[in-house]
Each structure stands twice: as C-alpha cells, then as structure tokens.
Design a binder for this molecule. Sequence first.
Ligand SMILES: [Zn+2]
Ligand SMILES: [Zn+2]
Length: 257
Amino acid sequence: MTPDLFDTHAHLHFPEFAGDLAGVLARARAAGVRRMLTIGTDVETSRAAVALAGREPDVWAAVGIHPHDAASADAASLAELERLAGADRVVAIGETGLDFFRDLSPRDAQARAFRAQLALARRAGKPVVVHCRDAHAETLAILAEASVGDTGGIMHCFSGDLAVARRCLDLGLLISLAGPVTYPKARALPDVARAVPADRLVVETDCPFLPPQPHRGQRNEPAWLALTAARVAALRGEPLEALAARTTANARALLRI
Ligand SMILES: [Zn+2]
Ligand SMILES: [Zn+2]
C-alpha cells in the first residue's frame, strides 16, 4: 500500500524542474504524494505557482515574498500579491518570514515585508507559510504580535529546538519537518518529531532544496517525501501509512483542501 502524502512545501515552478516536470510529478504520484503545495518567493514566482496550480489537479499554490527577496516588497509588489491571493487554488500566503542566516535583504526590510504579508493573510482569510532561519526570537515575536493563530499557518522546514517548537504550537502553528530530520546531524529535530502532537505535524520536501539523507547533493523532488515521512514515523514509533494519513489530514484541514 502506498502512503497518502501531502508535500506542504515545494517549488515545482522553479527552473530546476522546467526540463522534466511531467516526470517529477509522475514519480511523486507513484510514491503516494497525492497533493502538493507549490510556493512563491516573489511576485514573478508567485505568478508561476498560480499558473502551475491551474494546470495540475493535485497542485495548489501559496503566494508570497521570501525574506531573501524582502527588499523587493514595495507597495506595487504587495498589491499584486494581494490580487494573486484571491486567485483560484491559492490556499496560503508565503513563504514569508525572517532569514538572518544569509541576510540577503536588510533585516528591517524583512520584518516590514513579513508584517505586511501577515496582514494580507488576515484580510484574505488564508493561513501563512513561515520561513525562519537563525531568527527564532524575532520571528516568534512578530507572529505573536500579529495573532497568527487567527489565520493559522505552518512553520516550514522547522529548524529550532523543543522550546521553539512549543512556542510555535502555543501560537497555533503547525510544524513542518523536511529532509534535515533524516540527517545524521539532525540536532534537536528527532526530539521535535517525537514531541509534536499528532494533529499539529505536517511534512514537506522544500524541493529542489534539502534532499533527504540518501540523496544529499542531488536535486530534491516530491517523490522523496516518503523517505522523510518514514524517518518521522520511525521516530514516533508508528507505521508510515498512519503518519502519512495524519499529516495529510492536518494539511488539508489548515489549507481547506
Ligand atoms: Zn523557506
Ligand atoms: Zn521554500
């Protein structure tokens, strides 16, 4: 029996997949990935995400401006994002958040773009997809100030420790585990995988980035979500099928799919 998986964070419309997207989607479906959320990172890729979701029955879109691109989040970009947010099959706003690891946009611009997208999510009545790297205190403070629990959201590619996970849960977020939970140096992620309540956990690839352990160094793709889900299921001591069904139900409830 193949598991029923939902890849809650993919960038299928990125150029890395332009040459063989049909094959990538076919392998995903064969591996049990029945639903995928493709995520925009600026206005242009958000448009591409919406277009792809319009073509594929098992792909939905999130529209947003990534912290790396936050310097581009001017009034015109945010207005266009708001227009896209109303499109068919757009089920979330993001990815948005803070990234103080790479600091590709100034930190004040990142915070401004993050707050603007949280407000947009509230107006649109859609949940947020949050990106956070080396900025947990600041990200959690902004999420709390915005009462993110009203729209709900996903802390994607969770990279914090148990204390950060508990704060995310208190704020009303789901926690999404990605390929790094399979790495030998997974730090606190195995503890997080065991501790998150069953109704608050989802899984993702973040493809083309962050492939799970046996594929490190290669382009990631949704078919490999089963490897990450199997690792999480083993850590929790449950069958893969049960973990897959539960995380899929959680994603569908939040995204209203
Ligand atoms: Zn991200
Ligand atoms: Zn991403």
